[in-house]
Design a protein around this ligand. Structure first.
Ligand code: FAD
Length: 559
């Protein structure tokens, strides 16, 4: 649960620069005067400038129909900006002069160079930017209002997209908010249009796709399609983010493509307890947020809401076609597109996806369960983690009782010992072995589930409204499979796993064999869960991403 840092860490959110620090910044910008009421940057401005207040005061506000809502005022020696600035994204707030005064005005590029080169100022600015973003998220202050219904799968999808991308938003539930009709009328929408996203109080998106929303929020403005990059990374899970951080920090020009949100499967995990250096555990979302900020800090471009739909590997530079129709090119490609859960073989499954059937168990889904009975399907680590998490969150938020359904005779051999122990010891978890769901039933939302025990033939129908499906990983390789050798389950083969036949079929052109993480096509690497034989863990995905960066360096000098 995020805490608002505004009161407790105000000094770090709005630090005052010393004379010596201001002297270091002065050559990077231009001194200029400001006049009370002048707008220095507008909400929605792409790539806004960075200001250090030298004299006078500046106020951050949220513009709206009823006038400006103040957020905070800063004064001499303090500076503007939050995470949008590093990512060249649209400004979430308006900045206007509260008094006459003087500022040091710096272009965004100068700021981005500074955070990569001046470690003292980088730490101070990054911390302030991150805390400011956290405060905006907790307070729901930003440029987005989502109007939706907690029964609606599309609302859940958009809500999750905004949450997992760390984008602050205000949420209005049409079934819970009293004055909703007034809001709908104001924007000329009806209940039938829900979910609706209002951006910057003017733009109205009716049930948008994540790509439309990402574009409207200005996430992908710097997707320079004409440039040939050093490296394209497909997927911003732990493996892809690690590859991006290491490659960008070593000076490579890196573009990361991500269909949905940074973090991948790990981002949907409520608590990762076995990642080195986090003895009390860390949520996948927090880990992903940090890694994403780090990648942005080192200058990697991360395009969100953009799926790779085809890898063109017949000629170099390699090309990747995107869901938006754009094509991007690079000398090397790291495939870190991970895996997703196999869908349950039930005819009406899609009707209940997001409306009772979920593929992750984060705080957002846990809140929907409110002391109810739920089912977790699967016997692997992620299912175990979901069951334990749902059983441990407080009564008002999590599930009342968890039925774990597994097809086999018990939990998977690969499940971590600490999870097995917690499942066995929890009075709130019942393990049903040799049991599979046969039918889902409901109207707008899942209402009943029928399951069968294959050993006894016994059938049970229960009024269960929430199923967490976490079984069987399928690699996300459909967009690249025509180019690259795969194992029998579709995972990408690399290095010494590639046979002579694989290499002959792929026309491997060099006398050297493929390197450790290299696929059957030179300079295309596979890392993390998508790779055949990989250990399906966050730490190993991160490690492989880091190693791939060294191999990319070598490959680029191969050219
Ligand atoms: C609920 C859950 C809990 C877990 N808990 C733990 C744990 O406690 N400890 C642990 O070590 N491991 C845990 N794991 C496993 C761990 O999360 C994975 O091993 C790890 O995330 C793999 O990282 P990855 O980067 O290889 O792939 P992923 O995390 O799968 O990321 C792949 C990314 O690629 C994107 N993508 C896919 N296709 C495309 C495309 N065509 N174009 C663009 N982008 C694309 C996806 O949207 C995704 O963001 C858990 C997994 C789950 C699901």
């Amino acid at each position: 649960m995020l805490q608002d840092p505004f009161d407790q860490r105000r000094g770090q959110m709005f630090p005052k620069l010393t004379d010596e620090q201001i002297d270091r910044l002065t050559p990077l910008g231009t001194r200029r005067s400001m006049h009370r009421g002048e707008v220095l940057f507008e909400q929605g401005a792409q790539d806004a400038r960075f200001y250090v207040i030298l004299r006078g005061a500046l106020e951050f506000v949220l513009p709206g129909e009823d006038g400006e809502r103040p957020i905070v005022q800063i004064e001499a020696r303090q500076f503007t900006g939050e995470m949008s600035m590093l990512a060249r994204r649209r400004s979430l707030v308006r900045g206007l002069a509260a008094e006459d005064g003087e500022v040091l005005e710096m272009p965004g590029d100068a700021l981005r160079t500074l955070v990569q080169t001046d470690s003292e100022l980088s730490e101070l600015i990054m911390r302030a930017f991150i805390l400011r973003r956290v405060s905006l998220i907790v307070r729901g202050q930003g440029d987005v209002v989502l109007i939706g219904s907690h029964h609606c799968a599309s609302t859940l999808r958009l809500k999750e997209f905004l949450l997992r991308n760390g984008h602050p938003f205000d949420y209005i539930d049409v079934e819970r908010q009293a004055d909703v009709q007034h809001v709908l009328e104001r924007f000329g929408v009806t209940m039938r249009d829900v979910p609706v996203v209002i951006c910057r109080d003017t733009l109205v998106l009716r049930s948008p796709t994540v790509q439309e929303l990402a574009d409207t929020l200005g996430y992908n403005a710097d997707l320079a399609v004409t440039a040939v990059r050093d490296l394209i990374v497909v997927g911003a899970g732990p493996a892809g983010l690690a590859a991006a951080v290491y490659a960008a920090s070593e000076g490579l020009d890196v573009l990361v493509l991500e269909s949905y949100a940074p973090g991948g499967q790990a981002g949907s995990s409520s608590k990762i307890e076995n990642y080195l250096g986090f003895p009390t555990g860390i949520s996948g979302q927090a880990l992903a947020g940090r890694a994403f900020n780090q990648a942005e800090k080192f200058g990697a471009s991360v395009a969100v809401g953009r799926s790779a739909t085809k890898l063109v590997c017949e000629r170099r530079p390699y090309a990747v076609e995107l869901s938006s129709g754009e094509v991007v090119r690079a000398k090397a490609v790291v495939i870190a597109s991970g895996a997703h859960y196999r869908k349950l073989p039930l005819s009406n499954l899609s009707r209940f996806e997001g409306a009772g059937v979920y593929y992750s168990a984060s705080e957002m889904e846990a809140k929907l369960c409110k002391n109810e009975e739920v089912i977790v399907v699967g016997g692997g680590n992620s299912a175990g983690q979901a069951a334990v998490y749902l059983s441990e969150v407080s009564d008002t938020k999590g599930a009342g009782h968890i039925h774990m359904l597994v097809r086999g005779d018990g939990l998977a051999d690969t499940m971590s010992r600490y999870l097995i122990r917690r499942i066995e010891e929890s009075p709130r978890i019942t393990l049903h072995t040799r049991t599979e769901i046969e039918e889902l039933d409901g109207d707008m939302h899942l209402e009943r589930v029928r399951w069968r025990n294959s050993r006894t033939g016994e059938v049970e129908v229960r009024p269960i409204r929430h199923v967490f499906s976490m079984t069987g990983a399928v690699p996300n390789t459909a967009w690249a499979e025509h180019c690259l050798a795969r194992d029998e389950k579709g995972f990408l083969k690399t290095g010494s796993d590639l046979t002579a036949d694989d290499l002959a079929a792929a026309d491997w052109p060099y006398p050297r064999p493929p390197s450790l993480l290299e696929t059957s096509t030179p300079h295309i690497f596979a890392v993390g869960d998508v790779r055949a034989g990989s250990v399906k863990r966050v730490a190993s995905a991160v490690g492989e991403g880091a190693v791939a960066c060294q191999l990319v360096h070598r490959a680029l000098s191969d050219n």
